[in-house]
Design a protein around this ligand. Structure first.
Ligand code: FAD
Ligand code: FES
Length: 281
């Protein structure tokens, strides 16, 4: 069992857990993830490692309530335990001295971008960050990203904080100015695809972290199959980061929608019957 030693609600429906797991903390690197099960009967879900404390033996995860498992996870409190916790999984982010690196995060993915920004800065890059949220009350960790960013731009869809509009608007401005050596964009699939289409016009290499459905996270089940550059890859062992300009976005989006009906039924059953509904879900 893996004990939650700290818990915080960062924004409505977005939670931070610090979890005691010395083995994962010892090896965690930017860009990697864990797969957890809330309890013995739960499904396995992947969550990115947002931070780690090697001496204290803990890692931090930040998650958004999306469906049954994440809503159930959010009911746990500090002192409670998570049944299974496997990691670190996936390849670490490619960190090198590229020059000027532009990091883009959509919504809760700011938690994924912060360790990448820190590592890119430590490597001597100039780091520009763009973070986009739907509205002001969902903004978090601006103060965590700030120290690793030479320039930090915040956007909100409704203009309630920072610049009004999508992350692609400041992205175009920066690409027009030139001098961007690499872009890393992480967030909802539609956002990553829009960033990829934008940077492709300027021929700037762009990395995205793909989020297909995953089960085992070790390359055995094939569930996380994605097509990149016309080749089949398993995001859990070959990724999760890939060259954005080579990703088959239509296939990724179609595969993400495969279980929408089952996910809805599973949540409805759990809300009506609690864990008694599990067997049928
Ligand atoms: C490598 C990776 C890292 C991720 N990191 C984070 C993170 O740091 N924070 C965060 O909030 N979310 C993250 N996600 C997404 C997270 O795994 C899903 O939101 C979660 O699995 C949803 O489960 P659910 O039962 O709550 O919702 P469901 O109702 O089951 O699904 C809601 C949505 O999540 C997707 N999803 C469902 N099951 C999985 C699964 N096993 N694997 C991947 N996607 C799934 C579905 O396509 C659906 O659109 C990550 C996904 C991947 C692949
Ligand atoms: S999650 Fe099973 S192969 Fe990647």
């Amino acid at each position: 069992m893996y004990r939650i030693i700290e818990r915080e609600e960062l924004a409505p429906g977005i939670h931070l857990f610090k979890v005691e797991t010395p083995q994962v903390a010892r090896k965690a690197q930017a860009g990697q993830f864990v797969i957890l099960r809330v309890d013995e009967r739960g499904e396995r879900i992947p969550l990115t490692i947002a931070d780690w404390d090697r001496e204290g033996g803990s890692i931090t995860i930040v998650f958004m309530e999306a469906g049954k498992t994440t809503i159930k996870l959010a009911t746990l409190r500090a002192g409670d335990s998570i049944a299974n916790f496997v990691g670190p999984l996936g390849n670490p982010s490619e960190i090198e001295k590229f020059g000027t690196v532009l990091l883009i995060a959509g919504g809760f993915a700011i938690a994924t971008i912060v360790p990448i920004a820190r590592a890119m800065k430590e490597e001597g890059n100039r780091v520009i960050s763009i973070i986009g949220f739907r509205t002001r009350e969902l903004v978090f960790w601006e103060e965590r990203l700030g120290p690793f960013s030479d320039e930090l731009i915040v956007t909100t869809d409704d203009g309630s904080y920072g610049r009004k509009g999508m992350v692609t608007e400041p992205l175009v401005g920066l690409l027009e100015g030139g001098g961007i050596d690499r872009v890393v964009a992480i967030g909802p699939t539609v956002m990553m695809r829009a960033c990829s289409q934008t940077t492709q016009r300027y021929s700037v290499k762009t990395i995205v972290s793909l989020n297909p459905i995953m089960v085992d996270g070790t390359g055995m089940c094939g569930c996380c199959r994605v097509s990149v550059g016309g080749e089949t890859h398993f995001a859990c062992i070959d990724g999760p980061e890939f060259d954005a300009h080579l990703v088959d976005w239509d296939l990724l989006m179609a595969r993400q929608r495969i279980y929408l009906d089952e996910e809805r039924v599973s949540l409805e059953l759990w809300e009506r019957q609690g864990d008694k509904g599990h067997a049928k879900a």
